[in-house]
Structure formats: structure tokens, C-alpha cells
Design a protein around this ligand. Structure first.
Ligand SMILES: O=C(O)CCC(=O)C(=O)O
Ligand SMILES: [Fe+2]
Length: 310
């Protein structure tokens, strides 16, 4: 699996050991992939494979419930949170073959508890614990990324405010025998950083690298990191947010759990001042409510980052 960096050095979707980020080699590997693909896998995150399996298990148990049970947590029209299939926004839309359960986990006082499944009984507790661990992975990565650009380590975290959000999305892709249908159409994430727990066996995630869709391999104990559009904006284009998609599989179902960080509502996010200068002029306008903007662009078939370009 090969992609070209800015400097024409071929790299794979690297596996980064984040417990080794004091080592120059590991930092270089990270720096190179952030500047080229924006997608990599992380080990050394301190989360046991048993716990990752527990997260997969509660997801699997929820999706295996009868439809009537899952529909107790249905997403309301025009709402982002809750359970449901792909949103229908136009008549000619080909729906993604995916059921999703989306929940805001942090800040805790913004949880909409009526949408949190009671069955399986330990889903809530498991999600809470998992989100705490992922929040710390995101925060560590965010600081290392700032340092790689010679910025103060909280430069990205500060932009998100004192009460940033963390959203979890459980994705369930049933087997689908229509290859023209996606599990998830090509999109950019609305986050700063997305951390994805892939299915333990079934591949499906692809990332666009230099015009070619590359499959992200399954590594059961690793977490996939995709940079979201906001990181590309904050770094003034130094780090890349990858376009990615999910293919369907005719015979096997697939699951994944994505966690996204988001700024406090109404926070304006823009390129960090230190990354704008006369050799590297400002590339992006600042943006509020990037989640809504990104989604609107996606529905219109536009690339949100291109739309923000000055
Ligand atoms: O299921 C996957 O592997 C990716 C899901 C994804 O891209 C998303 O939820 O934003
Ligand atoms: Fe995504």
C-alpha cells in the first residue's frame, strides 16, 4: 500500500507506536504521513485488545436487537443523534447501505440519555470508558502534531474551546450485493481528528491517495486515525485530511466505531497564525459550525475544504 509524500518518498499507511513518540524515527514517520495521506494506524495506545473487543461486542449486540427495540432510539428528522439508516435528502439519492447509532459523549451534560440504548446493559458504561481513552489519544496526538509544526502544544486544542465535544458513531454495514452502493460515500470527516475502531476481520475502508483508492488493512489491536477537515484548516494545509469511503461486501457484514472531536458550538476555527506567512499565505477562511457546513457541501457533492479555500 503505497502513497507519495510531498517529497516523493513512498510510504505505506504507517503503523505508529504512540508510546514511542519520543523517538525521532517514529516522529518522522508521523510527520511524513500527516503531510501526505492524513491516515495511519496507531498502536501503543494503552487500550487492551480485550477492551477493544468489548466495544465491538456491545456494538454487535445492539445491532443484533430486533428492529422495534433499536427504533426506540431512532434519530428524529433533521437531528444528527440516534439510530437510523442513511438520511434521505433527495429523490435521486442512492442511499448508503449502513445503519448508524450516533451519540454525543462529551461534554457529559450534553448527553441525550433517551437515545442511549439500555440494551445491551453495559453499552453506556463501555462507551463512556472508551470515549475517555480515545479523548486522551486525541489530545496526545493533537499536542504532538502541534509540536511537529513548532507550535505551542495546545495550539489546536485551544481553538476547540474549554468544552469541546466528542461524538461516537457506531456503523453497521449489512451484506449488500449491489457493488454500486457504498457503505459510506466518499467524504471528509468534520472533526479535527477521527479515531476509528475497525471491524476485526472485514475490510471496507478506503482512502484516496494520489488519485487511487487504497484499502486500509485490518489490524485488530490498532486504531485508525483519519485527520478531519478542521485539522487541514488549522494547519493551513500542512497536514492533510483524507477523502475516504466504505465499500460494501456481498457476503459479510462489517462494523466500525468512529469517534470525532468537535469544537465548542459557535467557535470560529481558522489557520493558526504562526502557519501563515508570506511564503505560505493563508489558504482557508475561518469557519464556524464546520459539521453543518461539511455536511451541506457533502450533500451538494462539493468538497468543503475547496469551498473554504481563499
Ligand atoms: O466504517 C469505516 O471504516 C469508516 C466510517 C467513517 O468514515 C465515518 O464514520 O466517518
Ligand atoms: Fe469518515
Amino acid at each position: 500500500m503505497v502513497c507519495e509524500t510531498d517529497f516523493d518518498v513512498p510510504v505505506t499507511f504507517p503503523v505508529i507506536d504512540i508510546s514511542l513518540l519520543s523517538s525521532e524515527d517514529e516522529l518522522q514517520k508521523l510527520s511524513s504521513v500527516l503531510r501526505s495521506c492524513g491516515c495511519f494506524q496507531v498502536i501503543g495506545h494503552g487500550i487492551s485488545v480485550e477492551f477493544l473487543d468489548k466495544v465491538r461486542e456491545v456494538a454487535q449486540q445492539f445491532f443484533a436487537l430486533p428492529v422495534e427495540e433499536k427504533q426506540k432510539y431512532s434519530r428524529a428528522p433533521n437531528e444528527a443523534e440516534g439510530y437510523g439508516g442513511d438520511l434521505v435528502v433527495s429523490e435521486d439519492q442512492v442511499k448508503d447501505c449502513c445503519y448508524r447509532l450516533s451519540l454525543r459523549v462529551f461534554p457529559e451534560d450534553q448527553r441525550r440519555m433517551h437515545l442511549w440504548p439500555e440494551n445491551p446493559a453495559d453499552l453506556g458504561k463501555t462507551l463512556h470508558e472508551y470515549a475517555l481513552k480515545i479523548r486522551s489519544v486525541i489530545s496526545d496526538l493533537s499536542k504532538v502534531m502541534a509540536r511537529l509544526l513548532e507550535l505551542e502544544e495546545n495550539s489546536f486544542l485551544n481553538q476547540f474551546g474549554d468544552r469541546p465535544a466528542l461524538e461516537a458513531k457506531f456503523n453497521f454495514y449489512p451484506p449488500c450485493s449491489r457493488p454500486e452502493v457504498f457503505g459510506a460515500k466518499p467524504h471528509l470527516d468534520r472533526s479535527g481528528i477521527t479515531v476509528l475502531l475497525q471491524d476485526k476481520e472485514v475490510e471496507g475502508l478506503q482512502v484516496l491517495v494520489d488519485g487511487t483508492w487504497r484499502t486500509v488493512p485490518v489490524i485488530p489491536h490498532a486504531l485508525v486515525v483519519n485527520l478531519g477537515g478542521l485539522m487541514q484548516v488549522m494547519t493551513n494545509g500542512m497536514f492533510k485530511s483524507p477523502l475516504h469511503r466504505v465499500l460494501t461486501n456481498a457476503s459479510k457484514l462489517r462494523m466500525s466505531v468512529a469517534v470525532f472531536d468537535e469544537p465548542e458550538a459557535e467557535k470560529e476555527i481558522g489557520p493558526v497564525d504562526h502557519l501563515v506567512n508570506h511564503t505560505r499565505p493563508r489558504l482557508y477562511r475561518s469557519v464556524r459550525n464546520f459539521t453543518a457546513f461539511n455536511y451541506e457541501c457533502f450533500q451538494k457533492g462539493k468538497n468543503s475544504l475547496e469551498e473554504l479555500r481563499i
